[in-house]
Write a protein that binds this ligand. Structure first.
Ligand code: ADP
Ligand code: ZN
Ligand code: ZN
Length: 764
């Protein structure tokens, strides 16, 4: 009887053998249901073998072979095997965690039908010239459907509110829904459709408010909006000339037109019937980016994969990618495991962004997996950033990656913002805001321009203090402090979520004089409101944008210039294009300068470049004001001269001296538990084993085992946390070491502990 090895979602580093009844065809990569213990589980067939070590009386048959989804390709299984080995995560859990939830369940999946929309007879009879002008989106939908039916995904390119507007049109009886199968939805798009009447129906506003016209390029409509600059063209040419694998670092200052380079590269791939995987950071920008790319390729099947989708949508989109129907797959880190039968190009936008690293379960870096995947498939991969990670920059310097530079802003009139520092020790301060900054904001209000104040902490104040005894509002479950949220009169721990009402008196000495120390977004908002009573202030942080709709509404307000001052956390730093914004104030960046995390300055630099990039993107020049106690710090100097490269060189020199990545490779063993002695016993035993192993390995000099130390947050939610760092100057040696060390770790009884091994950790 044939035997199959199946990957199952269980925390064991093995595959499981099952028999298959004669006559039943099973393919590698296929989903099967198997008995496991007393349960039934879904698994994926990884291998077919002739013999097994499982005794004949114990081996069980596969319960069901599922044909609801095409088998995973050998290539994808290889990628998952590689990740399991590299990130030291059980093979079964690695394979299953790469799949949409529906495919992990032991129920057969039913593919969702795609709904399409068309005009009814009365809808077709409407005279659009007479249609109310203010119903912009409805007009656009009607105009588009006058060409042919479209599905929702295609219509979404018109506006974010398409869903609601369609409902309105349906209830008026002008538009109707009908079901089309996914393949039909594709076939509706004739390969050689003529371009629609220029200017009439396919005029779709782009993000920046400019207009794009559909243009016919042999197979798909490509909005060829700009003539590329020389540098952009060189970048496109370098990538399209690549034969097989090549890793390109596209380093381009904000506004230099990296996105335009992506668009041209995708166009090139589409002409050759290839699929593009476009990875973007895990942020609330995905829908906007999606709309943007849809608008540039109006008739191309673009599908998205991110955590904001429902399970059904995620499955549907994943299958679109698998079948090759999706020509562009835009997604966050999890999309790196999407099956793409005709993958021809991978783009990782904002490659330095830490959200590409998963911080639990399979702790992978989607950027690194993307690079591996590209080399495995023999396709080019493009890493884009205005502030490349030092790892990538180093690889570009050493020639492993090809460096492509965009040094100028794409639009001639757009200038880089002027960056200035305010020394907070010399300036007059009003509750954390300097007089200089207040003056600048006042000027902007007078000119009807917008200002953005960037502060890295939400809430009112980071801590409440007693003036009598010095008591600080610590969290009773964590080593951290509870943040004061004045609006709802609460102290809240941002680490474990614990919250209490603000005490009326000091819990320690009874003194009633408790004062907030430091500033958060809410306090800045209050101070500004007092100072500029007539200004319209909008606070954008995780508290004010809890609902999905809220953020969408806020964006619209900002674009409509109904806001004078924006106060926000890093949520606001990324990618948004606010044309009226001409001033960015940075309130308290200094803690990163003396952080124990050696990556903190790198992250701060990237973040500040990003916020600075918000200022003056359109025709108005922008200014950035940074409040700091160290105005002469090299980091701020480099920001002022817009000199990422010298900054990166000096950082790399420091890292090399100190023996930090990218000059060494790291792995972090973490443990947490209720009992301090158990946590430390485990880590110390692991360390002893590591030292012994290091001594026995032939290349013993190159593995360094550091000491067991408390984590940066040594106690969280009543768990004691500690860690052990391993370093090696060679990736292969590190991998070999970890493989052997794992044998010890797997054997160690850790029932009461949560332990994890993090390869190439980003957090300390
Ligand atoms: P980045 O992604 O590097 O920050 P974008 O791709 O968003 O930059 O481009 C910034 C602006 O410049 C956008 O408004 C874009 O439409 C415009 N742009 C890009 N390339 C060109 C070009 N070759 N000619 C004119 N405008 C361009
Ligand atoms: Zn007190
Ligand atoms: Zn807490």
């Amino acid at each position: 009887m044939p035997i199959v090895r199946v990957a199952l979602d269980v925390p064991l580093p093995t595959l499981f053998d099952y028999t298959v009844a004669e006559g039943i065809a099973v393919f590698i990569g296929q989903r099967v249901i198997v008995p496991f213990g007393r349960r039934q589980m879904a698994g994926v067939v990884m291998e077919c073998v002739a013999t097994t070590d499982v005794p004949p009386e114990r081996i069980k048959p596969v319960a069901q072979v599922l044909h609801d989804s095409a088998p995973l390709s050998a290539g994808l299984l290889d990628l998952l095997r590689f990740c399991s080995d590299y990130y030291r995560y059980p093979i079964g859990q690695t394979v299953l965690s790469g799949l949409p939830a529906r495919l992990r369940s032991d129920k057969p999946v039913i593919s969702k039908q795609v709904l399409s929309y068309r005009l009814t007879a009365s809808g077709a009879a409407l005279d659009l010239e007479k249609f109310p002008k203010r119903k912009v989106v409805q007009r656009r939908i009607l105009a588009k459907l006058a060409e042919q039916p479209y599905n929702l995904a295609q219509l979404k390119a018109l506006s974010a509110t398409v869903g609601a507007q369609l409902k309105a049109l349906i209830s008026e009886g002008w538009v109707e829904q009908f079901a089309s199968t996914p393949s039909l939805a594709l076939m509706e798009l004739p390969a050689n459709r003529l371009s629609p009447q220029a200017g009439k129906s396919l005029v779709v506003p782009l993000q920046g408010g400019e207009l794009a016209r559909g243009q016919d390029v042999t197979r798909h409509i490509f909005d060829n909006a700009h003539t590329l600059t020389g540098e952009q063209q060189q970048a496109v040419d370098a990538v399209t000339a690549a034969q097989g694998y090549g890793c390109f670092l596209l380093y381009g200052i904000t506004g230099s037109g990296k996105t335009e380079v992506y668009v041209h590269l995708i166009h090139h791939v589409l002409q050759r019937d290839g699929q593009t995987l476009l990875l973007v950071p895990e942020i609330n920008l995905t829908p906007q980016l999606e709309n943007y790319f849809r608008s540039r390729f109006p008739d191309v099947n673009l599908t998205s994969l991110h955590s904001g989708l429902s399970e059904g949508e995620r499955l549907h989109n994943w299958q679109q990618a698998q079948q090759g129907a999706a020509q562009i797959v835009l997604g966050t880190r999890l999309a790196v495991f999407a099956e793409l039968s005709a993958l021809a190009l991978i783009i990782v936008d904002e490659e330095h962004d830490s959200s590409f690293k998963q911080q639990d379960g399979l702790r992978y870096s989607a950027r690194d997996v993307a690079i591996f995947r590209a080399s495995q498939r023999g396709v080019p991969v493009v890493l884009g950033s205005a502030t490349p990670s030092l790892e990538s920059y180093h690889n570009a310097q050493s020639g492993r990656y090809t460096l492509l530079k965009l040094t100028g802003r794409a639009m001639a009139e757009a200038r880089l913002p002027e960056v200035r520092c305010v020394n907070i020790n010399q300036a007059v301060m009003h509750h954390g805001i300097s007089e200089n900054l207040l003056r600048e904001i006042g000027l902007r209000i007078a000119r009807k321009e917008q200002s953005l104040l960037f502060i890295n902490r939400r809430g009112y104040a980071p801590v409440l203090m007693c003036t009598g005894c010095g008591w600080l509002s610590g969290c009773k479950h964590c080593a951290g402090k509870m943040v004061l949220h004045l609006k709802d009169q609460r102290l809240r721990c941002h680490h474990c979520g614990y919250q209490i009402r603000v005490p009326h008196a000091c819990p320690s000495c009874g003194n009633a004089d408790l004062i907030p120390v430091g500033s958060g977004t809410q306090r800045v908002e209050n101070v500004l409101q007092e100072h500029f009573p007539d200004a319209r202030i909008l606070r954008v942080d995780r508290d004010s944008t809890r609902s999905k709709r809220a953020w969408q509404t806020m964006r619209e307000q900002i674009h409509a210039n109904e806001v004078d001052i924006l106060v926000g956390t890093q949520m606001l730093a990324k990618g948004h294009d606010f044309p009226a914004l001409t001033l960015v104030g940075v309130l308290n960046p200094d803690s990163a300068l003396y952080s124990s995390d050696f990556r903190a300055p790198e992250k701060l630099f990237a973040q500040l470049v990003q916020v600075a990039g918000r200022a003056g993107r359109a025709d108005k020049p922008g200014g950035v004001l940074i409040q700091t106690a160290f105005p002469d710090h090299p980091l701020f100097r480099a920001l002022q001269t817009h000199d990422f490269e010298s900054w990166a060189e000096s950082q790399l020199a420091e890292r090399k001296m100190a023996g930090f990545p990218p000059f060494v490779f790291q792995a972090m063993l973490r443990a947490e538990g209720k009992q301090e002695n158990e946590v430390y016993r485990y880590l110390n035993d692991a360390r002893t084993a590591a030292v012994a192993l290091g001594n026995s390995m032939e290349t013993r000099a190159s593995v360094e085992i550091l000491g067991v130390v408390p984590a940066a947050m040594p106690r969280r939610a009543n768990h004691i946390r500690a860690q052990l760092l391993i370093q090696a100057n060679n990736r292969k040696v590190m991998q070999q070491f970890l493989r052997e060390w794992q044998l010890f770790l797997d054997e160690y009884p850790t029932k009461m502990l949560r332990c994890s091994l993090d390869v190439d950790p980003l957090e300390y």
